[in-house]
Design a binder for this molecule. Structure first.
Ligand SMILES: [Zn+2]
Length: 169
């Protein structure tokens, strides 16, 4: 197939027509079989120097919007919920993990000094350099702990509640 841009002599309308070959176009043109789709003029000539053979570019088909496939490429709106793999924890595994954590805490507290309610004061004093640095644990309020953290003093809650010394009796 070959496409020519044709133009009617009467109205100067330019239109596009497909032919089986260049000879096919010439044959139809000579027999007056070509006519302007706008004004019906049968005196038709090539509008431009179209290539003798070969397809034309896509530009010549811009005026055929009806052929454009209106495909919807939009996502189906299923959302983008992340698929978080859920693992059912083995109760035994949790138990052993907690035991390990409790053991770690107990080991850490072995070298730590119980200061009871003096915790905040002691921690602050160590931070200020008033007393030697040493691991301590004790009791403090949530507000006090928050203040210590804001002052840059490293405190953290114990993962497990402990029985303060002196309360055994
Ligand atoms: Zn015309």
């Amino acid at each position: 197939m070959i496409v020519f841009d044709l133009r009617c002599q009467h109205g100067g309308h330019v239109f596009e027509a497909w032919f089986g070959s260049s000879a096919d176009y010439e044959s139809q043109q000579q027999r007056g079989l070509l006519s302007c789709p706008i004004c019906g003029d049968t005196v038709i000539e090539k509008a431009v120097m179209a290539p003798a053979i070969g397809p034309k570019g896509n530009q010549s088909r811009e005026h055929t919007p009806s052929q454009q496939a209106h495909e919807s490429t939009a996502p189906s709106g299923g959302g983008t919920a992340p698929s978080v793999p859920m693992t059912a924890l083995d109760p035994q595994a949790v138990k052993s993990m907690l035991n390990a954590l409790a053991t770690a805490q107990a080991e850490a507290l072995k070298s730590s000094t119980w200061v009871g309610k003096d915790f905040a004061d002691q921690a602050r004093a160590m931070h200020e350099g008033d007393i030697d640095q040493q691991p301590i644990h004790g009791q403090t309020s949530l507000d006090e702990a928050r203040e210590l953290i804001e002052e840059g003093i490293g405190v953290m809650p114990l993962p497990f509640p402990i029985r303060p010394p002196g309360m055994d009796n």
